[in-house]
Design a protein around this ligand. Sequence first.
Ligand SMILES: [Zn+2]
Length: 462
Amino acid sequence: MDSGGADAARILSEIKGLKATKSDIEAKISALEAQLKDLNCRNDAVSSNGSCPLATSLDSGLGHGLSPEMIHRYSRQLLLPSFGVQAQSNLLKSSILVVGAGGLGSPALLYLAACGVGRLGIVDNDEVELNNMHRQIIHTEAYIGRLKVESAAAACRAINSTVQIVEHKEALRTSNALEILSKYDVVVDATDNAPGRYMISDCCVVLGKPLVSGAALGLEGQLSVYNYNGGPCYRCLFPTPPPTTACQRCSDSGVLGVVPGIIGCLQALEAIKIASAVGEPLVGRMLLFDALSGRIRIVKIRGRSLHCEVCGENATFTRQQFQEFDYEKFTQSPLSASAPPKLNLLSGDSRISSKDYNERLKNGEVHILVDVRPEHHFRIVSLPNSLNIPLSTLEKRLAEISSALREAEGQRDASLYVICRRGNDSQRAVNYLHDIGFTSAKDIIGGLESWARDVDPSFPTY
Ligand SMILES: [Zn+2]
């Protein structure tokens, strides 16, 4: 590296270090401010619902609890005849928990902090990654590799230092959900998986908390409010989980960044309506958003089910039952947002590591490499000389594999390798190929992700 390059690297690393120190200091200041407010609250009278009226210690004697600074800050909301000082004062006394600081949680948290909720909790145990940035707009590049909760909390504090921000740096589980959710008035589900949805809804029923639930995938989103004003809970609507194939995730199916942005904003709006006691929350109705056609529909959904196992007439779903319930087993999918579990379909001699495959490449082994990912994945990035035959079309396109093998054979038998993104579909493909006579087919363990990790770090991952 020339001296200019070395200088640039040094400066970049210094900037990175200073930024991290800066956000640490900001987080410490905010935590101390929150502590001070807590102390002031304890010295003053605590409001009847047990929440801490932040304004008490700042009360300007105007009767509504809003300080002169707050009147100025929230003036555009106070000027709304249907909102006004009463709603703002309600909001100030309320607490809202957002589960998940991702695509839905990002805009929800920003607006909830900005609008003046008294106490705002964030639950998440993930770290910020580069491929989050297109939709998780609360995070900045400086926070890549750090906890999303820290990043989101710093962003909320930067917007509104008068809001008490509480960081829950842990994954929500049945073991901690009751304790965490019980500290808040309203819960916003901004997670992206089936077991989480059921767990949060059930916990809200057990604790009697309103739940603002949102989902966004691909180019579609939906939104509803559960367990509020006699309305249904999530289980009333979906007593049995959808088949696991229907539970897609952004990391597998993709999502246009602005779609969760829109649903997350609507979640903030519903939470604000409930906390401030303004308007008609989306109870017994579901909002469906279709980005491609630009269409928003609101459909009536069934009311509370008398037979619901959790909130029905004869339901006796207790705290203990909640804590013992296995949501991952119930929905047959994992709670964490990480990659799907690794399959193990094949015996060791039908598999090869990406490093070994690379060795064989270097030795000039005659072979065919079939990439079984969908075509739009293949277009993002692929290994040179690989033949794209998506798993779903494999059965119909066997002739292409046969003819490629014949062409490659020469004096020796050509080998047949199969690769995919993570190494699950390639095993399914090899299993099938073995069954119909391609007995030498081998799968490349861990797919292109393993290639990028173990062989070529410059190979793009997505
Ligand atoms: Zn129910």
